[in-house]
Design a binder for this molecule. Structure first.
Ligand code: BTN
Length: 262
């Protein structure tokens, strides 16, 4: 596969402030690991790490995020949230909304969100989001938002068992540099909305409108225990409200191991 990604091509596609400074790698173990280290060393909000290929990409809960050279867009951006840590779940909603909207803008494909942090097309996962935080020097947490988008896979790994898709498989040939530019602008705008209450509420409204989970009967695994109920709404902190046989229960994005239709 010839590469459509380079530092120069990404810099030419940037449309906002985020993405500067930029670190681009032809190959790296994980863009999230690079960005976390950079953030701890003082990288500003919006600093981005992009790679043509990740050799050890990480998914949620210690899973591996599969890739082959040129097939996905792995991107990590440094966030400096001005939010209390118990509201970090709203970052996941903002990243989901931004990813779904950027993909739609560049590919013309319409995406939904599967809470807490999958972006789907026709029920199959096209992108995943991994937010990781560490305590920075000075006591303020540093947060990295890592996004992996299945862009150019034409045959997905069998391990994914038909649960995933790619923009190419959905019929859209997307330039990864253009997608990077749109994604960073969408993230900058969505995360910028979180600074005030009305902006945060608007992000939750957009995540609600894109959700494929709300209104559905679901089964969630939390700390090894199964919880089932109907997904009712998202809280202002990005949690999922479930109507269970024992009453209402709010699931936190960080605690969820698996969510599937009941
Ligand atoms: C998931 O769905 O489990 C989250 C996947 C997140 C993958 C991205 S790819 C860019 C960034 N670097 C990583 O190592 N992981 C995230």
């Amino acid at each position: 596969m010839t590469s459509d990604l380079s530092a120069a091509r990404i810099e030419g596609a940037l449309r906002g402030r985020w993405g500067r400074p930029l670190r681009f790698f032809e190959e790296v173990a994980s863009t999230n690991s690079e960005a976390l280290e950079w953030a701890e060393g003082g990288a500003p909000e919006g600093a981005a790490v992009v790679a043509d290929h990740q050799s050890a990409g990480r998914g949620r809960l210690g899973r591996t995020w599969l890739s082959e050279p040129g097939a996905i867009l792995p991107l990590s951006v440094v966030l400096r949230p001005r939010l209390p840590p118990d509201r970090f779940g709203v970052l996941s909603a903002a990243a989901g909304v931004a990813t779904a909207e950027a993909i739609a803008e560049v590919s013309g494909l319409s995406c939904r969100l599967k809470w807490p942090n999958d972006v789907t097309i026709s029920g199959r996962k096209v992108a995943g989001i991994l937010l990781e935080s560490r305590m920075g020097t000075g006591g303020a947490p540093v947060v990295v938002c890592g996004i992996g988008i299945n862009v150019r896979w034409t045959k997905l790994p069998e391990e994914l068992g038909g649960r995933a898709t790619s923009l190419a498989l959905e019929g859209s040939k997307v330039d990864r540099a253009a997608l990077t530019g749109s994604l960073l602008l969408a993230l900058e705008k969505a995360c910028g909305r979180l600074d005030d209450e009305s902006g945060s509420a608007e992000i939750i409204e957009r995540a609600t409108a894109l959700s494929e989970v709300l209104g559905q009967a679901v089964e969630a695994r939390v700390g090894g225990v199964l919880v089932s109920g109907v997904a009712l709404s998202l809280t202002e902190a990005g949690g999922l409200v479930l109507d269970t046989a024992e009453g209402r229960r709010v699931l936190d994005a960080g605690e969820i191991e698996k969510l599937r239709p009941a």
